[in-house]
Design a protein around this ligand. Sequence first.
Ligand code: UD1
Length: 421
Amino acid sequence: MGKLYIRGGRPLSGTVRISGSKNAVLPIIAACLLPTSPCTLHDIPDLADVHTICLVLQHLGAQIKRNGTTLEIVPPIKPNTEAPYEFVRQMRASFLVMGPLLARSGLAAISLPGGCAIGSRPVDLHLKGFNMLGAHIEHGYGSIRAEIGIGGLQGKHIYLDFPSVGATENIIMAAVLAKGQTVIENAAEEPEIVDLANFLDAMGANIKGAGTKEVKITGVRELHGVTHTVIPDRIEAGTYLIAGAITGGNILIKNVIADHVKPVLAKLFEMGIAVYEEYEGLRVIGRKHYNAVDVKTMPYPGFPTDMQPQIMALMTCAKGTSIITETVFENRFMHISELKRMGALIKTVGRNAVIQGPVTLSGAPVKATDLRAGAALVLAGLCSKGITEVSNVHHIERGYEHFLEKLQNLGADIWGSDLDI
Ligand code: UD1
């Protein structure tokens, strides 16, 4: 789909089911290169990024069958070792196959992901980890080639300068078949890492401490295929919480783990928005007026950077001055110029955005510059006067399953067009 059109002003109501987590699924699919027998994965969202990682795995020799929301993945007996640029340029997370390839074949050649809209996003921490485990790393022709010496991968103590989600996952996947124990210190603590570790442990790996700052992996000789259901997507859940709040609606969000959205819930409570835990999920009840708050993005359990654009849209309608400090990515304010086109009053000073509210937003043609920025513009459109036209919808399709249909089911006046001119 090329464009989304939203006629704002309708309070959303009804029930929405959250899909499986995109950010949990991507490393879990990469990890399907590790076992010697097939894996079955349940609740796999139908998203462009999931399609890309499947293409990467197929290129490496895996066989993949989709049946509804279930994927069956047969690992290759001897994987290819190269992931070319055509895949990695589409999605940086393709780099997550490097750890499993090193563990399975001792060799991996992956194109460099390069920059992206929200920052330069290097992979130095991934490479530092592989190097410490015994891989020799070479750069050249836009690719990185990693190869293990005769001794194989050897467990080591690895300290991450920053708790990178991708580096923690990639190093865990390399270490599960290494000799001895690997300890990752200052590891990322995101729920997606716990889900990956649970998946690997079920396959026969020995991982302790996932979800804390210190993860210990004791290498095993072999892993076997398993069946696994991925966790619900906490960022999708957070986005619907804000959709309920920003429209003054009443939505029941099903298939959500309340603990995973705690940092978002804390800010909504501070703003004066009611969220109730019910038997079937979380119910958000919006209101007409709410308070300004300050938000600082941080690694989990801090406020997620992936919810920063969406909460900014909500802040435009809050009474007073809100401040957002973005500490995770250096260039994640691209949505601000688009929100300003809709009438938002926002100033930026370095990594801080100062949002003055409340304003009544008005519909305008705007462009999604990345996945979460796109979601924020749709949220802004839902509470705007007139029609908002969001282009570059392919960004949104990377991470929100059936976004249009789910919002329509909640009563939003939203429709799409295939043209993007
Ligand atoms: C993952 C998520 C993404 C989320 C991000 C932060 C997936 C597929 N994506 O991305 O949605 O926004 O976590 O919560 O799970 N960094 C380095 N060197 C490295 C690696 C990272 O400097 O080797 C920096 C990055 O440039 C960035 C910060 O660390 O500034 C966080 O990146 P990281 O946690 O690695 O994010 P991703 O795993 O890419």
